[in-house]
Design a protein around this ligand. Structure first.
Ligand code: CO
Length: 431
């Protein structure tokens, strides 16, 4: 229950990837993790705990063992979710209303963004003397709404509608003359004339909530993938250190292909591993040897069988909410899992008393992908793709199993606390 409430509080306070990472950093700092800057030399202590961010929208935390490190045990998730981003010149007017010119960020279910209170959050770049500063901002109130066309002018609306994001998805946020940048500057406590620009996003104002006869479901925006980001953070903070390096990665930009300087397709993880090797005085080849013995859990939510459309899911490889951690497989390696890594992860869960279930897509419906295989193309190690079962992925409001939150924390805590000993040739021992 504590983790469920914690997740809901985390999501409510994380309207954008910047805010999610900001919260993760605050939790790490209060747990004694020291902040590293990528632009400085790192001096790392045995047993030390550290974190760094890139772009303030991706974060990596790691905990060193007291003795020489044997390998890395990594959990990776993502901080971003599909939404709408304000264009550089977003101010627009029509029919006496002030509108925002927005574009899609990622692949959302567009219709779910209609007719519900929205707001704006993100980061402002603020000029301060000769310097440019980043200030996170959240309007923090119902501010905008994307209105539907009435059924009277769109009689076929219930037979399927094609949405054009350039035309149909522009929210109103006031009467003509309203100035969103002034509003946000004021909220951030800065002079509007000093705002040089911003990365600003629409977000759904719905608060995370529980529903169902026994409150067995959670409904919240951004469950994909803040649920995995939050549970992996809590698992790290609750776990005891071992002989390996425990590592938490939360990458931005998964929803748009991970191809940014801070995404899973960047140098961020490889750079960090190399710098840990340098900062702890590892002998030549010791890093490569450690990586070869390392294990990654790529954690991103999964598709629960939809009760109204069970035919969309493979009959023997469907997964259900509140039934445990989902282990994902795909023959074409959209997921990193293989028989060996699945056996490792399932055995860790079994010992921890956490139920697991196996997922594969229908062969005629490709499904999605995630960041594990992208990261593995840069830093290659044994890896498994997992997640929690949820409905309505990429809707403005998603649904997941309330009891699964504790399942994931327990599973990842057990993963951080065990030693996955990889001896090559497909031999792995778990201690
Ligand atoms: Co995801």
């Amino acid at each position: 229950m504590r983790y469920l409430q914690g997740l809901m509080d985390f999501i409510n306070a994380a309207p954008t990837a910047f805010h999610a990472v900001d919260q993760i950093c605050a939790s790490l700092a209060s747990a004694g993790y020291a902040r590293l800057q990528e632009g400085e030399t790192w001096f790392l202590e045995p047993g030390g705990r550290y974190y760094l961010t890139r772009n303030r929208s991706s974060v990596i935390a790691f905990r060193l063992p007291r003795q020489e490190l044997s390998h890395f045990q990594i959990v990776a998730s993502h901080s971003d979710s599909p939404c709408f981003k304000l264009k550089p010149n977003a101010q627009r007017a029509s029919q006496g209303c002030a509108l925002l010119n927005v574009e899609k960020y990622g692949g959302m279910l567009m219709s779910t963004w209609l007719d519900r209170p929205l707001s704006i959050a993100g980061r402002l770049i603020v000029e301060d003397g000769g310097a440019l500063e980043t200030v996170l901002v959240d309007a923090g109130r119902d501010l905008a709404l994307i209105p539907n066309v009435p059924i009277h002018f769109n009689r076929d609306a219930n037979d399927g509608v094609k949405w054009n994001p350039q035309v149909d998805m522009l929210p109103i946020y006031g009467t003509e003359g309203a100035d969103y940048l002034c509003l946000l500057a004021e909220k951030a406590g800065v002079e509007p004339s000093r705002v040089a620009g911003g990365d600003l996003f629409l977000y759904n104002r719905d608060r995370a909530t529980l529903f169902g006869a026994q409150e067995e479901f959670s409904a919240a925006p951004r469950l994909d993938d803040l649920e995995c980001a939050y549970t992996s953070l809590e698992a790290l903070l609750a776990s005891r250190p071992g002989r390996h390096v425990d590592m938490l990665c939360v990458f931005d930009n998964e929803e748009v292909g991970s191809g940014s300087k801070q995404g899973a397709d960047s140098t961020l993880l490889a750079d960090t591993l190399r710098r840990i090797a340098g900062g702890t005085g590892l002998a030549p080849q010791a890093l490569e040897a450690a990586v070869a013995k390392s294990f990654m859990v790529s954690a991103d939510n999964a598709h629960a069988a939809h009760p109204n459309h069970p035919e969309k899911y493979d009959e023997q490889n469907r997964v259900y909410m509140n039934s445990g951690v989902v282990v994902k497989s795909s023959a074409n390696q959209k997921y990193t899992s293989d028989a060996l890594s699945i056996a490792v992860f399932e055995s860790i869960c079994r010992r921890a008393g956490v139920p697991t279930q196996r997922f594969a897509n229908r062969s005629d419906i490709p499904g999605g992908s995630t960041l594990g295989n992208i990261s593995n193309a840069h830093v290659s190690m044994n890896a498994v793709d997992i997640g929690l079962a949820q409905l309505a992925m990429h809707s403005a409001l998603e649904t997941a199993g309330a009891r699964d939150v504790a399942h994931m924390v327990d599973a990842l805590k057990a993963f951080f606390e065990c030693e996955v000993m990889i001896n090559g040739d497909g031999a792995i021992r778990i201690e």
